[in-house]
Design a protein around this ligand. Structure first.
Ligand SMILES: *Cc1c(COP(=O)(O)O)cnc(C)c1O
Length: 227
């Protein structure tokens, strides 16, 4: 059995650290939102983090998000993992923000489902900056075309960009990668930048992140063998 983490303490520690880094690099206090990534963890863990003040939670799998949506109320849910077209129906109306828009076909499906329930869905475009490792996210070169195409979808509201760094990157390499996302964001006037995880959120905040997605440092290691 793995040890039960002190989630309330962990959440507060990470939140304090996020705020401290934000101030130390001269950014406005409160300008970085902490998203607690609860994938594979039970609803009880989410409730504990909420007791410490957490509101934003991220999930990878649409069905898991939908199940937890039923179990815990008062959460702002974030779909941070890859989203297949045929899974959109599970999360529409339940997700504050989809971080992983990576194709026009997916945007079309989100638009259709959002229209059907009378909402406008906030989304971020996932960009694969490094061109390495990650299978997901669009090539930065395709961003202008993507932005143009999104204009036709009135129920999709694109507010920014998301990226995932590369396992094994140094702090400097992470800073470079995250800075590229920020440059893309400012070039196209996009406000939100979702970047940074447990091991690299410091570099992400220093590079302009407006949202960081932290799982392990709050909820402990994930055990995929149980699934
Ligand atoms: C799992 C995951 C995270 C959180 O990762 P940790 O290393 O546990 O903090 C963040 N973003 C995405 C897209 C993830 O899949």
């Amino acid at each position: 059995m793995s040890e039960v983490p002190d989630i309330r303490k962990n959440y507060i520690d990470v939140l304090n650290s996020v705020n401290k880094i934000t101030e130390e690099c001269g950014r406005k206090p409160g300008s970085v939102r902490l998203i607690a990534v609860s994938k594979t963890k039970p609803a009880e863990y989410i409730k504990e983090a909420m007791e410490a003040g957490a509101v934003d939670f991220g999930e990878n799998k649409p069905q898991e998000l939908a199940a937890k949506y039923e179990q815990v109320s008062g959460v702002r849910w974030h779909q941070i993992g890859h989203l297949q077209k045929n899974k959109v129906r599970h999360i529409i109306g339940k997700t504050a923000l989809i971080h992983s828009l990576d194709s026009i076909e997916l945007a079309k499906e989100i638009d259709k489902r959002a229209k059907a329930v009378g909402i406008v869905q906030d989304v971020l475009i996932q960009v694969n900056i490094s061109g390495e490792e990650s299978k997901f996210g669009i090539n930065p070169e395709n961003l202008p075309e993507m932005l143009e195409s999104l204009k036709e979808f009135s129920n999709v509201n694109m507010t920014g960009l998301m990226t995932i760094s590369v396992r094994g990157y140094s702090q400097d390499e992470n800073r470079k990668l995250f800075s590229k996302l920020r440059e893309l964001g400012s070039k196209y006037g996009l406000r939100e930048l979702s970047m940074g995880m447990s091991h690299d959120y410091k570099e992400a905040i220093e590079s302009g992140a407006t949202m960081v997605r932290v799982g392990t440092s709050i909820f402990g290691e994930r055990d995929y063998s149980l699934k």
